[in-house]
Design a protein around this ligand. Structure first.
Ligand code: SF4
Ligand code: SF4
Length: 320
C-alpha cells in the first residue's frame, strides 16, 4: 500500500501544500504545532490504512454530515484514507460489490479499520436489516474478525439511538453488543460533527492507535467537556437569567435556555466549541436548547420542556 505522501505526489500536490495540509491536521487534532515534523515523517513513511465503512439500521446522517461538511475536510480525509469499501457511496452494486468486499477483507486481514454507521438489530434474527441476503449482524461479525480496530459512528452505532427507543420494536442496540473482542472508539452525535469524525480518523491513521477514551469509549479530546462548559450563554445561566418561553423577552435577549429544556449541562460534545457548518453556528446559537443527541438514552428522555407520555403498544413491525 502507498504512503500518504506517495498519494499526494501522485495527484500533483506540491511539498509546501503537503506541509500546509499537515499543519491543518495539527489544528483539527489540537496537536502542538511543534510536532509538525513528526506528523510529516509519519505521512511520508506510513502506508495508508484501508477502511471498510458499513451501514446498519440508520438514516445515513453520519455520512451526510461528513460529505456535506462545508469545510474541505471531507475531500482531504477521503484522499487520506484508503476507503476500500462503502456500500453507500460505491459506484458498484450487487454481486460485484459483495465479491469485492470479500476480497478486500481477505487481502487486508488484520490491518483494516472497520467503520460502522447504524445500529444492529436482533429482532427476528436480524431480519430488519439485511445485506446481500444476510442479516447485517452476520456481515458485521465476519468483517470485525479481521479488523484491527472499530469506529462506531454516531449515536446509532454507539448507543442504539432513536430506533432503540422504548419499546424498541426492532431490538436495536449498539455495535459493541455483539462485537466483544476488538478495540472500539465511539463517536456519538446525531449526527457527529464532521471535524470530529475527521479528527478521529486522522488520529488513528497517524498514531496507529485509538485516541485516549473515556468510560463510554468516546475520545476524551472531543467529548471531555459538556456543551454547557463552553456555551456562550453560560454567563446568563450564572446570573440566573433564563428564557421562559421561546418568544419572550429573555429569549430575544439571548438568555440561557435551561428552563426551556436545554440538556447542555449533561451532554458531552464539542458543539459549543467546534460548532457546525465550519464553526458558523450550533443549535443553542440558533435559539433552541441542546437535546443531548450524543448522550446514551437521550431518545427516551424528555428532550423538550413538556414531557411526552410514552404509551406501551403492541408493536408488530410488519403491520406498519
Ligand atoms: S443554553 Fe444550555 S448549555 Fe447554554 S448555558 Fe444555558 S443550560 Fe448551559
Ligand atoms: S447541541 Fe446538543 S443536540 Fe445539538 S448537535 Fe450538539 S449535542 Fe446534539
Amino acid at each position: 500500500m502507498d504512503t500518504y505522501y506517495d498519494l499526494f505526489k501522485e495527484i500533483g500536490v506540491r511539498y509546501r501544500d503537503f506541509v500546509a495540509f499537515s499543519t491543518k491536521i495539527c489544528g483539527v487534532l489540537g496537536i502542538n504545532p511543534n510536532e509538525i515534523n513528526n506528523i510529516l515523517e509519519a505521512l511520508k513513511q506510513k502506508p495508508r490504512i484501508p477502511v471498510l465503512w458499513f451501514h446498519g439500521l440508520e438514516c445515513t446522517c453520519c455520512s451526510e454530515s461528513l460529505m456535506r461538511s462545508s469545510s474541505p475536510v471531507f475531500s482531504d480525509i477521503v484522499s487520506l484514507i484508503a476507503l476500500e469499501y462503502d456500500d453507500l457511496i460505491s459506484a458498484s452494486c450487487g454481486e460485484n460489490l459483495l465479491n469485492y468486499k470479500k476480497k478486500i477483507i481477505e487481502q487486508y486481514k488484520g490491518n483494516y479499520i472497520l467503520a460502522i454507521e447504524g445500529s444492529i438489530t436482533e429482532f427476528e434474527n436480524g431480519a430488519c436489516c439485511m445485506v446481500g441476503g444476510k442479516p447485517f449482524n452476520e456481515e458485521l461479525l465476519e468483517a470485525a474478525e479481521g479488523a484491527k480496530a472499530i469506529i462506531a459512528w454516531g449515536s446509532c452505532a454507539s448507543f442504539g439511538c432513536v430506533q432503540a427507543a422504548y419499546p424498541n420494536p426492532t431490538k436495536s442496540s449498539s455495535v459493541d453488543t455483539i462485537i466483544k473482542n476488538k478495540p472500539i472508539v465511539k463517536v456519538p452525535g446525531c449526527p457527529p460533527i464532521p471535524e470530529i469524525m475527521a479528527g478521529v480518523i486522522v488520529y488513528m491513521l497517524l498514531k496507529d492507535e485509538l485516541p485516549p477514551l473515556d468510560s463510554k469509549l468516546r475520545p476524551k479530546m472531543f467529548y471531555g467537556m459538556t456543551i454547557h462548559d463552553t456555551c456562550y450563554r453560560k454567563s446568563f445561566y450564572n446570573a440566573n437569567k433564563f428564557a421562559e418561553r421561546f418568544d419572550d423577552e429573555g429569549a430575544k435577549a439571548g438568555y440561557c435556555l435551561y428552563k426551556l429544556g436545554c440538556k447542555g449541562p449533561s451532554t458531552y460534545n464539542a458543539c459549543s466549541s467546534v460548532g457546525w457548518y465550519n464553526g458558523l453556528s450550533f443549535p443553542i446559537r440558533s435559539g433552541h436548547g441542546c437535546i443531548g443527541c450524543s448522550q446514551e438514552g437521550f431518545w427516551d428522555k424528555t428532550m423538550y420542556k413538556e414531557e411526552a407520555p410514552i404509551t406501551p403498544q403492541n408493536f408488530d413491525i410488519f403491520s406498519f
